[in-house]
Ligand binder design. Structure first.
Ligand SMILES: [Zn+2]
Length: 307
């Protein structure tokens, strides 16, 4: 699917299905997670499994698959002594997604290149000076663009210092940019997902990022119970397309704990509420599986038939 095609689908009021968790699905299939880069190095160490996960998400019904590059900036890879592998990691990650699409897609599938601001070991004291940090995001965004992704999916942006740098780098590629924000509930407030750093509200984060003109705003890697309220916060500020791909279960570094993951049919039921609230893109993040994506696909197709 070219970028024009998915954008046309959204403009026509259709619902798009995004894939589910990548790191957690690799973990589930026996790929070891790393404390510093999470699943970032798997495209080099376990390429076949990465490709299989992409293929399974496509067969489950995803219209958009997201590359396994969430933890692949030079900064993240340097945390395991592989900073110089940054180009190879991005090229391989995109190639594996493209190979999976060629092998498994029987309808248009777009490839989103994931870019995040997370520092090594998720340690927020580990950021370099702003100019260097911006150049790190520019490098990743341009590598994704050069390798042929259809869009950049910014993931787990949640604050107002580092996130705008990544957003700027993504926009500079000229590709469409999906802004993925993560949040949680803190009393009556919806705030940034990460809780070991100064707190920023979702509203303040959006006020800093929306002027940079994303094409889509997704609420992602956020607990299911916070999604409806977060959607309301987004929609008071943003009239463009919105999407939802929540996490389920919980993280115990470096692994995802798969107990308490929402059953696929329950996720599909929740998704109906989000669709009613205007969400046009639905998928899953950490903890979710091809079975979740299949349930979302079936639910959306059933609803389309009913109309
Ligand atoms: Zn996630």
């Amino acid at each position: 699917m070219s970028s024009v095609t998915w954008q046309d689908a959204l403009t026509a009021g259709q619902t798009l299905i995004i894939d589910g968790g990548m790191g957690t699905e690799l973990q589930r299939r026996g790929v070891p997670m790393n404390e510093v880069v999470w699943s970032g190095a798997a495209v080099l160490t376990h390429p076949k499994v990465v490709r299989e996960v992409h293929e399974d998400y496509i067969r489950a019904g995803a219209d958009v698959i997201i590359t396994n590059t969430f933890g692949s900036t030079r900064q993240m890879l340097a945390g395991i002594g592989r900073g110089t592998d940054v180009e190879q990691v991005h090229r391989r990650a995109v190639a594996l997604a493209q190979d999976a699409r060629a092998a498994a897609a029987d309808r248009p599938v777009s490839i989103a290149g994931s870019l995040s601001t997370s520092p090594p070991e998720f340690d927020h004291r580990a950021y370099p000076p702003p100019e260097e940090e911006l150049s790190i995001y520019r490098e990743s965004a341009q590598l994704l663009a050069d390798a042929g992704v259809d869009l950049i999916a910014l993931e787990m942006l949640e604050e107002t210092t580092h996130a705008p740098l990544a957003m700027r780098a993504a926009k500079e590629t000229g590709l469409p940019v999906w802004l993925g924000v993560s949040c949680r509930r803190d009393g009556n407030r919806i705030v940034r997902f990460t809780n070991n750093v100064p707190q920023v509200s979702l509203a303040d984060s959006l006020d800093a990022l929306l002027p940079l003109a994303p094409d889509v705003v997704n609420i992602m890697h956020s607990e299911i119970e916070v999604i409806s309220d977060a959607l309301a916060v987004v929609q008071t500020r943003w009239s463009g397309p919105v999407g939802v791909y929540p996490e389920s279960g919980y993280f115990a570094k470096p692994n995802w704990n798969f107990t308490d993951v929402i059953p696929p049919s329950d996720l599909a039921r929740e998704a109906f509420r989000w669709m009613d609230a205007g969400a046009q893109l639905l998928g899953g993040c950490c903890g979710t599986t091809p079975a979740h994506v299949h349930a979302l696909r079936s639910a959306v197709d059933d609803r389309n038939v009913d109309r």
